[in-house]
Design a protein around this ligand. Structure first.
Ligand code: UGA
Length: 468
């Protein structure tokens, strides 16, 4: 099928590249000429596993880049709108880009087209797109509007696209449903998985995935409700972690006990320093606003957001507990991205924490495998950047782990201890076993688990020695 994807941001780029890999003819449209030229030259603007491979595979064959929206729409059977929906000052989603695309495509709709909203949008957006297109003179039988929310996680977006838990399509007519089914048939009928060069299946992939057909409003709500529920799971376990700290229980044991109940499940139950990123914080606020506008006070979401904010404050208190005063303390910080596997620092709890630590007068040396260039743009020049975790740790009063990168979970602990001035680790992502850390000579703080004191320190104290 010929498909136009409007917007070559994170969602549009991944969607376009993946559709091309499914065998469709895709034209990716953007108004940003510089971005299009960079894509054409083979540059990949985001850090995403398999994306570069797919772009190289399909560039100039099944995947074209264009700034000519009208031409792209005329030539395609389906038009996916994947432009940004940034939050307004009031926390609502700003839909002006969606609206302007809806207006712009009207003139190009000659024969039947399906207009698909792919951006994360509040309920009723599909109704608005329908109204705008109709008001601009397009006959009702010449178009349908579908909602096809994405459930892509940054860092694994291509795998998530090819091996989804489910594909949700919200439609109002049979004709539109048939087009959407045809687009996803290579996945739902399983042909894609047999092709040479198919993206490898992650563990536990459900093949073929299920296609869930709903009304457009239900599909819109599925997206917001899914993200809100996942964020709620994280805040819930973070709240439980706080109780664990008060009573001396171990949140990892609690998670295991709770998560093995299949009705609950173990995923998104990792406690930490709170969720961040470009989706959860924005989508929760938008969902909250949508609910209010519909006359429902969704106070539960306020609480989810409040716990998330508090989580950083709790971590900061641990830093104080470990170091007493903070002014002029040298801190090594591992992790700047909002989660492992990405260079994205939007709403990153790591960045927010660093800003608070700087405000308290700390000196910060940071290291992140991918996000340092982006972090340099937002952090003050006083922050130093290191070339490795060990380099960051040199002569630091304590080491803070703020992002769950795999690299940070397998550090050479004796080497790390040698680098630090004081062998103190504050782990905001629970990457290590406290008993191992104590045995390796660290004083180790984590989330929802008892703090352990370095065994050497305990031994040294009984012998009247001061540990290094
Ligand atoms: C999230 C959703 O997981 C996707 O399904 C959705 O499509 C996407 O938002 C979106 O709306 O576009 P993403 O923002 O890439 O994806 O990141 P997640 O992997 O969900 O992580 C979000 C945050 O929660 C990160 O800061 C992460 O560190 C934190 N997190 C996640 C936890 O603190 N604990 C967990 O157990 C899981």
């Amino acid at each position: 099928m010929r498909i136009a994807v409007i917007g070559s941001g994170y969602v549009g780029l991944v969607t376009g590249a993946c559709f091309a890999d499914l065998g469709h003819q895709v034209v990716l449209v953007d108004i940003d000429q510089a971005k299009l030229a960079a894509l054409q030259r083979g540059e990949v603007p985001i850090h995403e596993h398999f994306l570069s491979e797919l772009l190289t595979r399909h560039r100039d064959s099944r995947l074209q880049f264009s700034s000519n929206l009208q031409k792209a729409v005329k030539e395609c059977a389906a038009v996916f709108i994947a432009v940004g929906t940034p939050p307004t000052d009031r926390g609502e989603a700003d839909l002006s880009y969606v609206e302007s695309v809806a207006r712009a495509i009207c003139g190009a709709i000659g024969d039947y087209k399906v207009i698909v909203e792919k951006s994360t949008v509040p309920v009723y957006t599909s109704d608005w797109i329908r109204k705008i297109v109709a008001r601009n003179g397009t006959r009702a039988e010449h178009f349908d509007v579908a909602s096809n929310p994405e459930f892509l996680r940054e860092g694994s977006a291509v795998s998530d696209f090819m091996y989804p838990d489910r594909i949700v399509v919200g439609v109002e007519t049979e004709r539109c449903a048939a087009v959407m089914q045809e687009i996803y048939a290579p996945l739902t009928e399983g042909h894609y998985y047999k092709t040479a060069g198919a993206i490898p299946a992650p563990d536990g992939a459900q093949i073929p995935p299920r296609l869930i057909v709903t009304s457009t409003k239900s599909a819109e709500l599925i997206k917001h409700a899914s993200n809100a529920f996942l964020a709620m799971k994280i805040s819930f376990i973070n709240a439980v972690a706080s109780i664990c700290e008060s009573v001396g229980a171990d949140v990892q044991q609690v998670c295991q006990g709770v998560g093995t109940d299949r009705r609950i499940g173990p995923r998104f139950l990792s406690p930490g320093i709170g969720y961040g990123g470009s989706c959860f914080p924005k989508d929760l606020m938008a969902f909250r606003s949508v609910a209010r506008e519909c006359g429902y006070e969704f106070g539960l979401l306020d609480e989810v957001m409040r716990i998330n904010e508090q989580q950083r404050g709790r971590f900061l208190r641990k830093v104080r507990e470990a170091l007493w005063t903070l002014r002029d303390k040298r801190l090594a910080v591992l992790g700047l991205a909002f989660k492992g596997g990405t260079d994205d620092i939007r709403e990153s709890p790591a960045i927010l924490l660093i800003q608070e630590l700087l405000h308290e007068g700390c000196h910060v040396t940071a290291y992140d495998p991918a996000a340092m260039d982006r972090a340099k743009e937002v952090l003050p020049a006083t922050v130093e950047f290191a070339s490795s975790a060990y380099d960051a740790a040199r002569d630091a009063d304590a080491l803070l782990i703020l992002t769950e990168w795999e690299e940070f979970a397998s550090l050479d602990l004796p080497r790390l201890r040698q680098q630090l001035k004081d062998a103190i680790v504050l782990d905001g992502r629970n990457l290590y076993d406290p008993a191992v850390m104590a045995a390796q000579g660290f004083t180790y703080y984590s989330v929802g688990r008892p703090t352990v004191i370095a065994e050497a320190y305990v031994a040294g104290r009984s012998e009247g020695k001061t540990p290094r």
